[in-house]
Write a protein that binds this ligand. Structure first.
Ligand code: SF4
Length: 513
């Protein structure tokens, strides 16, 4: 990943942040219902397992059958909770959230789960994704007298659902809200002590169901289920509402909306999800290795050594090197006399450089990659090397990496990327970068290659992604690499017909429509 975040002095922090950060997942969500055990601790462990999906804030809301308990703090999971916080979260059911903010600002009011009490009970909401029509619904609800405390889209969903719950039962109320909101959402919801999970009709963000010895869990990724010693049951289906029995004995499923095509975010497989998670029945690590193998077949170049950019490039590089040892770059079987392609960890990552560090000047900023990654000279010196990463966003890190390897004595530096060029922003909850910042938005691959100073550069084509993930392109969101989106977004091209609810015309959608 063309990543690494820096935090600088006030005057240039935004610039440096922008220059050095990669795409960032917005959130991770979880929900549990247990037979006879407090939900707080399993939720806490699950949030640890989902920490990679959001580091800005963490929170848990539980319900003990009488009242809701909530603890939401800024910071990492380990910093947000202490023992007494967990003890205070009473009840066998609850939901949790880790957040990285993109819309809605960086402050405590937007941290989640969002909780609210209203006439017919209490609601808690954890949201991963981004609504593209939140402003329209917010202004409609504001006209009806709803007062909002944040500018985030999660509160919009909570208010709309609370309003629908005054007129309809739980399932119908959720259906009404789903009929009105448009965009990407994987939600865990608490209505009093009942935990629900909802995935948008196109299934943009992942969400899965797990079974524990004494209950059920819903989580953004199956790695959270593993952490609780549970078994993955299946993914929540696009357009499905799952209702966990509050006593942990099972769950009910309601397919509330059916759509012909899904829009799974292909970047989950490429970068966001943990390699040990299973999404769409495929282990993410295997998907990345297969993408690496495909990368060799599509754009392999003969070099002495293949290096992953840690950690995100590792699975791609191992697949790429494995394929490189089976066939030559021309696709012919590799003979004994053609030697082997070495796969080596030639870039060492400093794990103690966190998400932010102080970089006051441009010269210092140039050292950002050096602080994070150090080349092993003996692996690189006098040799031709290929570095493998999952994506290039702004190109800053790739340029610095290439120069780092040349300084370490590499004779040639080739760059291979396990995804297509990122040409457009993401509107579905990923902090990608603006179009102006994306190096591939207005440059050809040879131009990018020149810009980052590599001897050659190769990406995976879009077709190869669909092929490896064994999905039709029409069932994937590929918006950031094609510029055509599966949702109806002002000023952008749509890649399919979108049935969008009409907002604010006085007609409200009904669950039994
Ligand atoms: S635009 Fe890209 S990052 Fe955003 S949801 Fe679609 S595939 Fe994922």
């Amino acid at each position: 990943m063309d990543a690494g975040s820096a935090h600088t002095s006030e005057s240039d922090s935004a610039e440096t942040q922008a220059a050095l950060s990669g795409p960032t997942e917005k959130c991770g969500v979880v929900g549990v219902a247990l037979e006879d055990r407090a939900a707080a601790r399993p939720l806490y462990y699950s949030l640890y397992a989902l920490q990679h999906r959001g580091q800005e804030s963490a929170g848990i809301v539980t319900h003990d059958g009488f009242q809701q308990h909530s603890h939401v703090e800024m910071g990492l999971v380990g910093d947000a909770f202490d023992e007494s916080d967990i003890e205070g979260l009473a009840g066998h059911t609850g939901i949790g959230h880790v957040r990285y903010p993109t819309s809605g600002g960086v402050n405590a009011c937007c941290a989640q789960p969002f909780s609210v009490s209203f006439k017919s009970g209490s609601l808690g909401l954890s949201h991963n994704g981004n609504l593209v029509n939140a402003d329209e619904i917010r202004s409609e609800l504001a006209d009806l007298g709803h007062a909002f405390t944040s500018d985030g889209d999660t509160e919009v969903i909570a208010h709309d659902l609370a309003r629908n719950l005054l007129e309809a039962d739980l399932v119908r109320a959720v259906k009404r809200t789903m009929d009105r909101i448009h965009g990407s959402y994987a939600l865990t919801i608490m209505h009093d002590e009942t935990v629900l999970a909802v995935r948008d009709p196109q299934g943009n963000r992942p969400l899965c169901i797990g079974e524990l010895e004494d209950g059920y869990v819903i989580a953004s990724e199956s790695a959270a289920i593993d952490t609780l010693d549970g078994d993955l049951v299946r993914d929540v289906r696009p357009g499905e509402l799952v209702v966990l029995e509050p006593d942990g004995s099972g769950f009910e499923s309601y397919q509330l909306i059916e759509q012909d095509n899904t829009a799974h975010c292909f970047f989950e497989h490429v970068y966001f999800a943990r390699p040990d998670s299973i999404i769409d029945n495929k282990l993410v690590y295997e998907a990345r290795r297969d993408l690496g193998r495909k990368l060799w077949a599509e754009s392999g170049v003969e070099t002495d050594v293949v290096l992953p950019v840690p950690d995100s490039g590792r699975a791609f590089a191992s697949g790429y090197a494995e394929a490189a040892n089976e066939t030559t770059a021309d696709g012919a079987p590799r003979g004994d006399d053609e030697g082997t392609v070495e796969f080596a960890e030639g870039l060492m990552k400093n794990r103690y450089v966190g998400r932010t560090f102080i970089m006051p000047t441009q010269g210092e900023r140039e050292r950002a990659v050096r602080l994070k990654l150090n080349p092993i000279k003996s692996t690189i010196e006098g040799r031709s090397v290929t570095i493998i990463d999952d994506s290039i966003v702004r190109g800053t890190t790739s340029r610095q990496l290439v120069s780092l390897l040349r300084d370490a004595g590499a004779e040639e530096v080739h760059v291979r990327i396990g995804a297509p060029p990122i040409v457009s922003p993401c509107y579905m909850g990923i902090d990608m970068a603006s179009r102006e910042e994306l190096i591939a938005a207005d440059r050809s691959i040879p131009e990018i290659c020149e810009e980052i100073g590599a001897d050659s550069l190769g990406y995976l084509p879009v077709d190869a992604i669909a092929d490896v993930l064994d999905q039709s392109k029409l069932d994937l969101c590929l918006g950031c690499v094609t510029g055509e989106y599966p949702y109806d977004i002002d000023g952008e091209e749509a890649d399919r017909d979108v049935q969008r609810p009409v907002i604010g015309d006085g007609e409200r959608a009904h669950a039994d429509d």
